[in-house]
Design a protein around this ligand. Structure first.
Ligand SMILES: CC(C)(COP(=O)(O)OP(=O)(O)OC[C@H]1O[C@@H](n2cnc3c(N)ncnc32)[C@H](O)[C@@H]1OP(=O)(O)O)[C@@H](O)C(=O)NCCC(=O)NCCS
Length: 193
């Protein structure tokens, strides 16, 4: 484990965690055994990271988030305050389903808004944006913007988080970076020029 990270004295870090350099872990957060936290991740207040969870580089976890076993967050993922993951589709208190944890991957650069809920087994595409309070019940495509319960797609967003307006040729430009995107067969890709 790198010694080059910050953990507030109230944080609890269990055995076997791998914590890379530049990570910050704030008040009352709990990292459970064998989780892997990539470089420069920021773990807010009152966060629980369950056993074996993997976070990539520069993942930002806002306050009051629990990341359950079976969840993978790739690089640059943003988890908004009090958003909720799940890992059992049909929980019953009297039935042990620990061997059946569903997997959910949040792909590179995706953002999940405050209070959103991700029903397990539905991956979030790269740079997708989940609006505040959404309930995600389906796999979300790359660059998709979704809101509501159940979450419905209302558009597409750039890597910098701006809505994309496509022209007749199916090309859109991010107003901030001027990078171009193409829509084809209802899927969006960034065009490298
Ligand atoms: C999804 C989001 C990015 C859209 O922002 P926007 O592009 O400015 O959207 P607009 O305000 O123009 O809204 C477009 C439509 O979507 C609706 N909408 C926007 N956000 C919504 C949400 N989270 N849930 C449900 N509907 C939403 C609006 O009511 C509006 O509907 P209408 O066309 O019927 O009037 C933003 O509303 C959001 O949820 N951001 C997340 C904020 C957050 O959680 N931050 C955490 C860090 S503090």
């Amino acid at each position: 484990m790198s010694e080059d990270f910050f953990a507030h004295p109230t944080a609890v870090i269990d055995k076997g965690c791998e914590i890379a350099k530049g990570v910050k872990i704030w008040h009352f957060s709990h990292l459970m055994p064998n989780c892997k936290i990539g470089e420069r991740c920021n773990i807010g207040q009152n966060v629980v990271i369950s056993p074996d969870v993997i976070l990539g580089t520069n993942v930002k976890v806002q306050n009051n988030v629990s990341i359950y076993t079976g969840v993978i967050c790739e690089d640059d993922v943003f988890l908004g305050p009090s958003m909720v993951f799940t890992n059992v589709i049909n929980p019953r208190s009297a039935v042990n389903r620990k061997a059946e944890y569903a997997k959910t991957t949040v792909k590179k650069g995706a953002s999940i808004g405050a209070n959103a809920t991700i029903v397990c087994g539905n991956d979030i595409g790269k740079y997708a944006f989940i609006g505040a309070g959404a309930v995600v019940t389906k796999t979300i495509p790359d660059y998709a913007l979704v809101v509501g319960n159940p979450a419905k797609q209302i558009g597409w967003v750039s890597e910098y988080g701006h809505k994309l307006q496509f022209d007749e040729q199916g090309i859109a430009q991010c107003p901030e970076t001027k990078e171009k995107y193409q829509i084809k067969n209802n899927a969006v890709i960034k065009i490298d020029e």
